[in-house]
Design a binder for this molecule. Structure first.
Ligand code: GRF
Length: 210
């Protein structure tokens, strides 16, 4: 049975687009993006979903009295849609423990740095690249990892590095990492998950052969 995938978004949705394009090329083996859930009705990602014929939903923090109530509503929605894999692709709302408990080792996140560098609370968006440039690293990249209760701390699935160049601005580095790392890694990781080829052993993820 093909796995049902939900992609959770907050913004532009270029990673969602990479998944949609990979699916159109037949590269998401044994998986189907069946829902896009946004944290705000303004997310451009919802338009990308609509164009691809994928159902879009909004679950917004402001409509609930607490983060926990919002997370529970989100989990209910995911269950109602029979979702097997949740992909966080630039989802900016904090989720509480109920989410990981409902989907243990079945939530993937993309982070725009080589974890454990430039990760954890406060490391999101352009801040990640500002910190990498300020530290003076010569390589940065992206990481796809399973989501655990520790922020950016779950088992690592795939990583890819790019050079940091002398004249990089945070925006230029961000773009290079998106194009060369994120948009490639996320579809690969999703496809591996859908084929049951990710075996989690403690914090280590083994990639099983086809
Ligand atoms: C990406 O940089 C991703 O690594 C981070 O949020 C950003 C989302 O961008 N988690 P987009 O909405 O996919 O364009």
């Amino acid at each position: 049975m093909a796995k049902n995938i939900a992609v959770l978004v907050s913004g532009g949705g270029t990673n969602l687009q990479a998944l949609i394009d990979a699916q159109a090329r037949g590269e998401i083996v044994n998986g189907q993006i069946s829902a896009v859930i946004a944290s705000t009705p303004e997310a451009y990602a919802l338009e990308r979903a609509a164009k691809a014929g994928i159902s879009g939903y909004v679950v917004a923090r402001k409509d609930y009295p607490s983060s926990q109530a919002m997370t529970v509503a989100l989990v209910d929605k995911l269950h109602e849609l029979n979702i097997d894999l949740v992909v966080l692709a630039g989802f900016m709302t904090i989720l509480t423990g109920e989410m990981v408990q409902a989907y243990p080792n079945a939530i993937l996140n993309i982070h725009p740095a080589l974890i454990p560098s430039f990760a954890g609370p406060g490391c999101y968006g352009l801040h990640v690249h500002e910190k990498a440039l300020a530290y003076g690293v010569k390589l940065s990249g992206a990481t796809v990892h399973f989501v655990s209760e520790e922020c950016d701390g779950g088992p690592i699935v795939l990583q890819k590095a790019v050079d940091v160049l002398p004249d990089d601005t945070p925006e230029v580095l961000q773009r290079r990492i998106m194009e060369q790392c994120e948009w490639k890694l996320l579809p690969q990781a999703v496809s591996l998950f859908c084929q049951d080829r990710l075996k989690v052993e403690g914090r280590v993820v083994r990639i099983l052969p086809e």
